[in-house]
Design a binder for this molecule. Structure first.
Ligand SMILES: C[S@@+](CC[C@H](N)C(=O)[O-])C[C@H]1O[C@@H](n2cnc3c(N)ncnc32)[C@H](O)[C@@H]1O
Length: 237
């Protein structure tokens, strides 16, 4: 990947997900969402210096662009050609940065170059993949000393997580209002993401994530986050 590649062929089994994210692409606008609330925290964990970084499942590229301000060069990888087109358009509209490149490809089918990246970040993407295989694949692509940062969706463990849910709902509404000027998102956008959520069958609980991480990424720090997410930080030995 150090040689820029425009497109990586997609595997057949990825077609359903591609269709799903193509359907969502009109709602990708690079604006604020629950993931963005955690961007400053993620950016604080990017190693310095960071020559080469990868954002897996880069979507509209909001975080990819933020990462590019901390890194020499960044690749944003995404399964959906339409979403990559949106990311490129938004980047052009914003006037850069230009030390980044969006690539269409399925992480499942991609052979990432070994021991290459100083930092790999993935946000709200890995719940679509075989998590154990993805952790191992991303770990192999990091340089020794490189950092893997994951922010992803989580299934609540009830009744233990009920109090978190009670706190999360009003907080999410207030943050939404503060960052977008709306208490709730437009109806069409809500419907599209709700339907997508019904397809998100693979969400794990934090206990399941910790068990997987312990095997694939020994020593990883996994934290339960309030807004229905977990974060993971791992430094490759
Ligand atoms: C919910 S979006 C999150 C986008 C972005 N990371 C963000 O925080 O806004 C998940 C993204 O992951 C991409 N994706 C899903 N499976 C993928 C795979 N196997 N390889 C690469 N990208 C994938 C989707 O196309 C989609 O754009």
């Amino acid at each position: 990947m150090s040689q820029p590649t425009a497109t990586v062929p997609l595997g057949d089994d990825a077609q359903h997900l591609v269709d799903e994210f193509e359907r969502l692409s009109p709602f990708v606008n690079g604006g604020w969402d629950h993931n963005a609330w955690y961007h400053p925290w993620l950016l604080r964990h990017v190693p310095r210096p960071c020559e080469l970084a990868l954002d897996v499942g880069s979507g509209g590229g909001r975080f990819t662009r933020e990462l590019a301000r901390r890194a020499g060069y960044v690749f944003g990888l995404d399964l959906s050609p339409l979403t990559v087109a949106v990311a490129e358009r938004l980047t052009a509209q914003l006037g850069g940065p230009d030390n980044l490149e969006f690539v269409v490809g399925d992480l499942h089918d991609l052979e990432l170059p070994p021991a290459t990246f100083d930092c790999i970040v993935t946000i709200a993407c890995l719940h679509h993949l075989d998590l154990d295989a993805a952790y191992r694949q991303l770990a192999a692509a990091l340089r020794p000393g490189g950092i893997l940062l994951v922010l992803d969706l989580l299934r609540s463990e009830r009744p233990r997580d009920v109090w978190r849910e009670l706190l999360a709902w009003p907080l999410a509404r207030l943050l939404q209002l503060k960052h977008t000027g709306r208490l709730i998102e437009p109806r069409a956008r809500r419907r599209a993401w709700r339907e997508h959520g019904e397809d998100d069958a693979q969400q794990l609980t934090v206990t399941e994530v910790r068990a997987l991480a312990e095997r694939a990424l020994p020593g990883a720090q996994v934290r339960r986050r309030l807004l229905w997410r977990y974060s993971l930080v791992w430094q490759k030995p």
